[in-house]
Design a protein. Sequence first.
Length: 147
Amino acid sequence: MIVVATFVGMEFTAWATHKYVMHGFLWALHRDHHEPHDHIFERNDAFFLIFAIPSWLLIMFGMMAGNDFRLYIGIGIAVYGFAYFLVHEVFIHQRLPYFKRSDSWYLRAIRKAHKVHHKNQGKQDGESFGMLVVAAKYFREQLNAAR
C-alpha cells in the first residue's frame, strides 16, 4: 500500500516541482527541454538526480532499518521514476525509438497535453504540468475523437 500511495503522491509532487521549481527558480536547468536542439542529453536531465537521490537514500536507510516504511516509499518513488522515463522520455518525446503510435485515448490525451505544455517555450504562462493526470479537456477531446 505504501508503494502505491507513494506512486500516486509522486504525480502531484512532480506536478508541483514542474510548475514551481522547473518553471521557477531552476528554469536555467529546465529551459533546454523547451527549446529545439539536436543533442541527446539536456541540462533538464539533472532532475533525474533530484528525484533519484531521495529514492536511493530511502531504500538504503529503509533496508538498513530492517525493511521499514522508508524502503517502500523509496520503491514507490523509483517506480514512478521508471514510469516517468517510459511515458515522458520514450512515449512522449521519443528519445528512444519505441511506442511511436498508440490507439489508447488515455495515452493520446497525455501526449496532447504535453504538446500544449511545450507550445509555450517560456518560463511563464504554461499549462499542463502533470504527466499521468492532465486536465479533463484532453481526455474528453480524445474520447470524442474515438467515437
